[in-house]
Structures are given as C-alpha cells and as structure tokens.
Ligand binder design. Structure first.
Ligand code: 13P
Length: 246
C-alpha cells in the first residue's frame, strides 16, 4: 500500500495561504509513490483543490444528514461539490469541543461513504487513559463504535493519542506499533482481507525528524500531520521520509 501523508490544517488558513498549498502540491508531485493529502478549512476547499497536480484536498468534518435545518453545518455532498475527496471525522478536538461521540462519527462516516468521500476516522486515548493502561481498550471501543454501517470500499483510520497532539511528545515506537496492530487485527476480524486496503495513519507531533522511524513500523501506513503540514518547508521532509519508506 502507498504511504498516505495527510495534513490537517485545523482552523488555520486564509486565501493568502493558497500559495503555500501550491508549493506543497509542487513538492507532492515529486513523490509519486505516496499519496499526499491536505484537509483544509471548508472556506478553502474549492480554491485549494483547483488545478492541483498531486495533492488531494479533503474536509475536516461533515454533517450526518443529507440536508435540512442544521444552521452552520455542511453536508457530505456540499464538501464533495466544493472539491473534497476525503473528510476527517471524529478528531479528538471535535470529540472534545463539539462533544461528538463515536455513534455520531459512525453516522457521519455513512454520510461520507454515500457521497463517495473517503472517511478518515480518528481514534486515540487521553494521557490518563494511557497511564492507567487502558489505551488499547479505549482505542478498540472507539474504533468499533465509529466505523460505518457497511463494509466501505475506501476508509482511512488515524490513531492519534490525544496527549501527543500539538505537544511535541510522541509515544514509544513499541506503543505505536502495538496500537496499530490492534487496529489492524480488529479491522481484519470485521472485514477480512479488505482490511489490507484501509490505511492506518499515526497522528500527533509527527515531524521531519521522527517521521521515518514511525513510518517504518508495521501497519503504520502514513501520518495525519497537524502543525508540520502548514508550510511546505516543514511538510516536505515528512513526504520525503514517506517516499523513502514506501
Ligand atoms: O491532530 C493532529 C492531526 O490531526 C496532529 O497535530 P500535530 O501534528 O500538530 O500534533
């Protein structure tokens, strides 16, 4: 499977940053043995996706319903029409800020799949859960409850330990390997051989220095990158590491 490196711009990015996306696209085109994506704020999806050579543009959320009285929300069909090919769902920041639970994430995944958008389903434990030895249990429960109703043709899973996001801290390599193996095992139990087609990404303080070591681990099929995806200068070394480990 191709390594997948997907940037999550979170609530960052104005029209003035489209030039940076252009630069990222130029660099992504140099590494054609990997998949490069950028999930940008909804306001940038349309302009960001136009005339891109290599980078695939995604959204950061979608509503679970097709349409209707949901002020301020965007349906999967809307982000698709704007140019999104994938959508991040159940990021820990949304689970926390917007109180999203795994059942809702599963419904959103259904909506994404109905509209031919690849869901990127995020799971991950808190520091307290990690320290009390519950990481595997929490991630397994979250994962199983967040999956779509039917076997999807395309789906991406992102393991993001909450305490590693934006902190500069990452788990021990063995800890990452263990959780990715658990995720792969659960997907295999549920979907059989199709599990081989679902990339499992690591997210949380991935950068040019640690990417190579992380991407060498079994079942680490790529990364979901926050801060280090905001500029071409910081993102490029991660793309290079992915390309070399593909
Ligand atoms: O939350 C993340 C990606 O979704 C990770 O963010 P950082 O790479 O900034 O830690």
């Amino acid at each position: 499977m191709k390594k997948h490196i997907i940037g999550n711009w979170k609530m960052n990015g104005m029209q003035s940053h489209l030039t940076e996306i252009q630069k990222i696209d130029e660099i992504a085109a140099l590494f054609d043995n990997i998949m490069t994506g950028l999930c940008v704020p909804a306001t940038l999806i349309y302009s960001a996706h136009k005339d891109k050579k290599a980078v695939i543009i995604g959204a950061q959320d979608c509503h679970q319903s097709k349409e209707g009285a949901h002020t301020g929300c965007l349906s999967a069909a809307m982000v698709k029409e704007a140019g999104a090919k994938m959508v991040i769902l159940g990021h820990s920041e949304r689970r926390q800020d917007q109180g999203e639970n795994s059942r809702l994430v599963s419904q959103k995944a259904d909506a994404a799949i109905d509209n031919n958008i690849t869901p990127i389903i995020c799971v991950g434990e808190s520091l307290a859960q990690r320290e009390s030895g519950q990481a595997e249990k929490i991630v397994s429960e979250q994962l199983l409850a967040s999956l779509p109703s039917n076997k999807p043709q395309k789906m991406i899973i992102a393991y993001e330990p909450i305490w590693a996001i934006g902190t500069g801290k990452i788990p021990q390599m063995e800890e990452v390997r263990e959780i990715h193996e658990v995720i792969f095992r659960l997907l295999t139990q549920k979907y059989g051989d199709a599990a081989n087609d679902y990339p499992i990404l690591y997210g949380g303080s991935m950068n040019g220095e640690n990417a190579s070591e992380l991407l060498k681990l079994a079942h680490v099929d790529g990364g979901l990158v926050g801060g280090a995806s905001l500029t071409a200068d910081k993102f490029a070394p991660i793309l290079k590491a992915a390309s070399q480990n593909s």
